[in-house]
Design a protein around this ligand. Sequence first.
Ligand code: ZN
Length: 298
Amino acid sequence: MSTRRRFVLKCTFSCWCGNTESIVFAAQMVFGRKFVVLRCPACSTHRIVPQAIRTDAEAASHYSSRTADSGLGSYDKERRLQITNLAMRRMAQVGIHFTQDMDVLDVGCADAEKLWALKEKFGFAAVGLDVDEKALSRAKSMFPTIQLEKGTILDFASRTGRRFDVVVCSAIIEHVVDPIVFLKSVKCLLKPNGQVFLLTPNSASLHYYLLRAYWRELLAIGEHIFLFNAESLNYCAHAAALRMEQVSTSFDVTYPYLNMKDLKGSLFSLFMKLSKMISRTVSNEMQGDILVARLQNE
Ligand SMILES: [Zn+2]
């Protein structure tokens, strides 16, 4: 009992589920500061502390300054086609297919390249929402046929009467301070039979269990707050009166901080290939680094 207790940390940051006890899952030094990943024993969500972003205002200024020099908005045609096909494949995995008569909202659309490419292909009515003013102004000049809205989903849900057939939340829920408030706002914006496409890092993936703090691209320390597995995402969706209709996993993670041609990079690349092969033999939920899900009204 006493040995077990040493690994249980009473922390002041409670989980979105309300639980305040956490188990230390991983720790890492980044830029001279220690970051810890805590696992909530009640709902199995992982939480990165100290929390990178605490308020909507901080999020707006953080993401505006980041995308300003990230090179986003400079995709060529081939790259644009690749990201569109990958997005479509992941959506089809959980049964989301677009048609021309749909209203589609992309939450956290950044400079709206993916939304624009999907709109070009399917002809639906597209609305893009983001807190990042700079990304939106780039999107406005490049894609004038997309309706662009600045603000959080909570702001948007309170000021619009518009409802959507599909709300896309791709790599967003791990960035938000309160995932239940976020999903409740998503629900407000759905038509009665509307669908939510949700994509987020998979904290049940085999890679994460093996790499822990080195799962850097998906831990994204300094930006991500909560990390979900299928079970905790389902629990969170239910708290917002949404039902998880379908869930699956996907790979395609790159590690740009490593040079795959040197010894360290080559060994890491070999490890990734081997663990990807092993992943195929474990349960579906543990396979991919990315979790994709379709949610609907309960
Ligand atoms: Zn929890």
